[in-house]
Design a protein around this ligand. Structure first.
Ligand code: AMP
Ligand code: AMP
Length: 335
């Protein structure tokens, strides 16, 4: 029997369901009553299951198992279901669950990127004197709205109340262009693909640049709430670094995180400075919402596939191919 795919109605569910349907797989979306009216509109969703709360998702386990459904995780899984529930989920799961644990913890994430040999912004330990502009990130600050910048020790003291009794990290603020590179690593072909690249529009950080400098004094700190994404193509010479960084993240995960390591879609969030150095500030070990721009593919996926290939469809293609080759085990989580 062909596998079905299932995901939660949020984040990148439309892309994932369309991709599955286009690949001939049965697509299931699980939505709450509030979102039902949106997901009903799209005929590529073969089945819509409505539950009161996303937290009730585990109650569907038996029903979904009978349909041979494979879970496709996205950004809302940990947010709405919680880490434990993700780890304990009894359904087939596309990806390695161990990587979520590393992704979730900022220090483990940093260890992963840094030890993999990828360039990261310099980190200042708590109490260590700063000698350049730093960004101070409190843990769990939604959309980066609790972050602030400091250039001197005095700036830090002025903002002390914002970090009082909170866990936070301080890192060098990189002046450059933020980019999100969307990768796909195939366990079947053992090849790394760049699917697309986006940049985010973050308010009010992107708005501040439109304000003449004489009006900026006294304006609030920048905040980084994502409100949109746009497509990017980069200088071709940067691709060498992009492939190299993605491969390093995969190789490290196979050695240090789990046997299968990081596979499927993932994203490196980076800022590129004037010397074209790429500083990675975050890794997302799953499909990111910026890929929603590319339902019909991107210039990069077009170079690899002569057909529209979104990241959602690429996931379904991997599952379909694995099923046809009787190698589904290669693309599913394993304890
Ligand atoms: P939502 O379903 O809009 O509440 O989003 C779920 C999660 O995905 C949140 O953590 C958002 O920050 C993130 N997210 C949603 N849309 C985007 C986007 N267009 N770009 C980047 N991240 C996003
Ligand atoms: P984060 O919560 O780490 O994803 O950061 C949110 C946003 O803050 C990013 O999308 C960047 O625009 C900005 N940012 C974070 N860290 C840095 C950094 N070290 N240098 C420059 N910008 C940063």
């Amino acid at each position: 029997m062909k596998p079905a795919i299932v995901t939660l109605g949020s984040h990148s569910a439309l892309q994932i369901a369309k991709g599955a349907h286009d690949e001939g797989l049965h697509s299931i979306v699980v939505a709450t009553p509030k979102q039902k009216s949106v997901y009903e509109r799209f005929p590529f969703i073969d089945e819509l299951i409505v539950i009161d709360n996303f937290a009730d998702f585990p109650s569907l386990t038996d029903q979904l198992k009978k349909k041979h459904a494979i879970v496709i995780p996205h950004g809302s899984f940990v947010a709405y279901l919680g880490m434990e529930e993700n780890l304990e989920m009894q359904l087939d799961y596309f990806g390695s669950k161990q990587v979520i644990v590393w992704e979730f913890d900022r220090l483990m994430q940093r260890k992963w990127i840094e030890e993999a040999g990828i360039l990261v912004p310099k980190r200042f330990k708590v109490g260590e004197p700063i000698d350049r502009t730093v960004i101070v990130k409190t843990y769990g600050a939604a959309g980066g709205s609790g972050y602030f910048l400091a250039r001197t020790q005095k700036d830090l003291e002025k903002n002390a109340v914002k970090i009082q009794n909170k866990e936070y990290l301080m890192q060098e603020y990189i002046i450059g262009v933020p980019m999100y590179v969307h990768y796909f690593y195939s366990p079947l072909t053992e090849k790394l693909e760049i699917m697309s690249i986006d940049r985010r529009y973050e308010t009010n950080a992107d708005g501040l640049g439109r304000l003449p400098i004489q009006h900026q004094d006294g304006v609030t700190e920048p905040s980084y709430t994502v409100v949109g994404n746009s497509s990017l193509v980069v200088r071709e010479s940067l691709l060498v670094q992009f492939y190299d960084m993605g491969q390093k993240a995969v190789d490290y995960s196979k050695k240090h995180i789990s046997k299968k390591g990081l596979f499927g879609p993932f994203c490196l969030e980076m800022v590129i400075d004037e010397q074209q150095r790429c500083f990675v500030i975050e890794i997302s070990a799953r499909i990111v919402a910026g890929t929603n721009l590319f339902i019909k593919g991107s210039p990069y996926s077009d170079l690899l596939y002569d057909e529209p290939m979104s990241t959602g469809r690429r996931i379904a293609r991997e599952i379909r191919t694995a099923a046809e080759q009787k190698e589904l085990h290669k693309v599913l989580h394993e304890d």
